[in-house]
Design a protein around this ligand. Structure first.
Ligand code: ATP
Ligand code: MG
Length: 251
């Protein structure tokens, strides 16, 4: 496991208040404009997620899941409403602040893996620490440790093209967790994986959850959503239900 000093070293303890939700979204609205046309993709969403929760966001295609995820990940801003991440209102942040929130507070996992093809697995996993200015020796050690944790300790030198899809997604998970972020955000992380690799990635999320990480994942797949503890349903830009998953209520 990671040394206890690591979270403090990356500023997690300092930037995250001891109490209060990691995610606090109130009356969130997002309008896209395409030429003269406007489309309201989020129409008043309230969502609070506490530290250590494991939440699945589900809903049909076009319902607003990725829009919501982009807002939660500070990749896009709201048209109206408020979003506080770890207590800080994103409206008060400039681009530099937002970039450091993305880098320090959030680990992203995408359906398409989004690894840099010319870099080895180790270099890909190191990247969040490079942006953070962690010294090379330390960041290499931490990247190697993260790859070890996802079962790829023997593939550190491989480039993404030399790995299977499931292995690439495990590299992406290692990259998401190497910086000990407050929040792991995953948009269809198993969308391109076979059932064996899906199981591997979901086992990793279970382990992250067991270690107190906050996880929010978007999925189309019922079985994937049922691995979380809380399922939020989105339809036409609104939350239509928010309830414990079958797993959370199981004896
Ligand atoms: N950049 C954009 N400009 C205009 N409209 C957009 C834009 N991005 C998304 N939309 C629209 O907003 C709605 C919600 O899109 P979003 O990508 O959030 O859906 P989703 O729930 O993630 O769907 P899927 O399951 O297919 O990924 C859709 O009707 C989409 O066409
Ligand atoms: Mg989507």
């Amino acid at each position: 496991m990671t040394a206890p000093t690591t979270a403090a070293a990356v500023g997690l303890a300092a930037s995250a208040p001891t109490a209060g939700p990691v995610i606090d979204l109130r009356d969130a609205r997002k309008t896209y404009r395409t030429g003269d046309l406007e489309f309201e993709a989020l129409r008043g969403v309230d969502l609070r997620i506490e530290r250590g929760e494991y939440v699945a966001i589900v809903g049909p295609s076009g319902s607003g899941k990725s829009t919501l995820m982009n807002v939660l990940g500070c990749l896009d801003t709201l048209t109206a409403g408020t979003y506080r991440i770890a207590g800080d209102d994103v409206d008060d942040m400039d681009e530099t602040d937002l970039a450091s929130v993305r880098n320090e507070q959030i680990g992203f996992v995408f359906q398409q893996f989004n690894l840099l093809p010319s870099l080895s697995a180790l270099r890909n996993v190191e990247l969040p620490l490079v942006y953070r200015g962690v010294a090379p020796v330390e960041r290499r050690a931490r990247a190697a440790q993260a790859l070890e944790r996802v079962g790829l300790g023997d593939r550190t030198a491989n480039r993404p093209g030399q790995l299977s899809g499931g292995q690439q997604q495990r590299v992406a998970v290692a990259r998401a967790l190497v910086g000990e972020p407050a929040l792991v955000l995953a948009d269809e992380p198993t969308g391109n994986l076979d059932s064996r690799s899906t199981a591997d990635v979901l086992d990793l999320f279970d382990a992250l959850h067991a270690h107190g990480r906050t996880i929010v994942l978007i999925t189309h797949e019922h079985e994937v959503a049922e691995r979380s503890r809380r399922v939020v349903r989105v339809l036409d830009g609104l939350i239509t239900s928010d309830a414990p998953s079958g797993r959370a209520v199981a004896p």
